[in-house]
Write a protein that binds this ligand. Structure first.
Ligand SMILES: C[S@@+](CC[C@H](N)C(=O)[O-])C[C@H]1O[C@@H](n2cnc3c(N)ncnc32)[C@H](O)[C@@H]1O
Length: 239
């Protein structure tokens, strides 16, 4: 990770930055930076006593993202989810609500010879996913992107199910958000191969954890995330 410091309350504060740089160098030399190649700004907000990590825009690691949708995952979230799922070479990875395919593309960076399957019922999402997959230079023989409903388009088995599912008002109105999340967890449990894992963000972590446990999955929460004002939990379920 390469970063520079900035101050929410303004000013370049060179003497402070210099002393922080020296202290970091002494304690953790791996964090030494080349200031010409930073990809993050760490904003020091003294009024709130917090550090905020802001990716540089555009961040060249996300150049593949030539198309996205209003509900698309922030690329850094997709990258984190892929790392939690930790795909292994040759595994079959399915994103049932793939949108613009950010999570699948992030997985492709972590292991060779993955078989990637993205499904979504929205034709605009499919067009965006195909454009991004092409921009990322993925081997078309190893990627399947299909316009299909989640329950009609599941692969027979998946080693990794990685997804940012729909959680908006329309889903809630269409039969209840909790009911649709529970239904999806039991479907995922049946689709996962032994040792497989579902990694996703859930707006109702207790509800989905209970559904996962009832389906025989081992559940682990990886902390909560603020997704543009909506609190979700990054949750993993293993078969
Ligand atoms: C939160 S977005 C996914 C964002 C995606 N990770 C991205 O980065 O673009 C949820 C997606 O689920 C899709 N969706 C909603 N209901 C669906 C269903 N029943 N079957 C398949 N896809 C569905 C929507 O079209 C939307 O693209």
């Amino acid at each position: 990770m390469r970063f520079r410091l900035s101050f929410a309350q303004g000013g370049s504060r060179r003497a402070v930055v210099w002393s922080i740089a020296q202290a970091l160098d002494a304690r953790q030399a791996a964090l030494r930076n080349d200031s010409r190649a930073v990809s993050w700004t760490i904003e020091v907000d003294e009024a709130r006593s917090q550090l905020v990590a802001l990716p540089r825009r555009p961040d060249p690691r996300f150049d593949y993202r030539v198309a996205h949708l209003p509900a698309s995952s922030h690329p850094t979230l997709a990258a984190i989810m892929a790392r939690v799922a930790a795909p292994q070479p040759g595994e079959r990875v399915w994103d049932p609500f793939c949108g613009c395919a950010a999570e699948l593309i992030e997985c492709s960076r972590l292991a060779d010879a993955l078989r990637l399957i993205g499904t979504d019922r929205d034709p605009q999402a499919i067009a965006a996913a195909r454009a991004n997959v092409e921009a990322a230079g993925l081997d078309p023989a190893r990627v399947r992107i299909e316009e299909v409903d989640v329950y009609a388009g599941s692969p027979a088995k998946a080693d990794v199910i990685l997804t940012n599912p729909p959680m908006g008002r329309r889903t809630a109105l269409a039969g209840g958000l909790h009911a649709s999340l529970r239904r999806f967890v039991s479907h995922a449990a049946r689709t996962l191969s032994p040792g497989g894992r579902l990694v996703w963000v859930t707006p109702a972590a207790q509800v989905t954890a209970a559904a996962g446990a009832a389906a025989g999955l081992r559940v682990r929460d990886h902390g909560s995330i603020d997704m543009s004002g909506m609190r979700v939990v990054l949750q993993e379920m293993r078969r």
